[in-house]
Design a binder for this molecule. Structure first.
Ligand code: SF4
Length: 165
């Protein structure tokens, strides 16, 4: 079982990838290739630096911040990502995960079902240049959705995350 993830960078204390101060981890690899992508250098799955789950956790627990998975598309490394997500969840931190896949494309996928219990919110869908809107909260284009994953799985359809601030 793979226990390393290819990581492009880790930013501590960002406020743009979800509510509050967060540790954002940018994972290598993306197969969506959206025109206008903010980060095309992230597309190579073999890019970045291989870090063990324990090394990433050591960085995450240095502070009280919650965690965001970004990239790239973090779900391309879903097996070790699931192990990491479980540890983060058990530490009491919440997790937001950006993905170019739509909720409906992944919600019944057997690999995604394993990681889903540990993810609080997914920001789903490809970046659509024609729908780009810089005023949107935590997303780049209006087709993307901030989905409360736990509520969605309870009711069996996507439930939009509601900000409490
Ligand atoms: S999903 Fe995100 S990282 Fe991947 S190509 Fe689209 S905008 Fe870029």
């Amino acid at each position: 079982m793979k226990t390393t993830l290819n990581v492009l960078k880790i930013i501590d204390g960002t406020t743009v990838d979800g509510p509050g101060f967060r540790t954002s981890i940018y994972f290598a690899g993306c197969n969506h290739h959206c025109p206008g992508c903010h980060n095309p250098q992230s597309w190579d799955l073999n890019g970045g630096t291989p870090l063990s789950i324990d090394e990433i956790m050591a960085r995450i627990i240095q502070n009280d911040f919650d965690v965001t998975f970004s990239g790239g598309d973090p779900l391309l490394q879903i097996e070790p990502l699931t192990q990491l997500a479980q540890k983060i969840h058990e530490s009491g931190k919440n997790i937001w995960c950006y993905t170019g896949y739509k909720y409906e494309e992944i919600i019944n996928d057997l690999s995604f079902i394993k990681i889903a219990p540990y993810i609080d919110v997914i920001v789903d869908g490809r970046f659509e240049l024609a729908l780009r809107d810089t005023s949107l909260l935590f997303k780049g284009s209006s087709n993307q959705r901030l989905i409360d994953l736990q509520k969605s799985m309870t009711v069996g359809k996507p439930v939009i995350w509601q900000s409490s601030f």
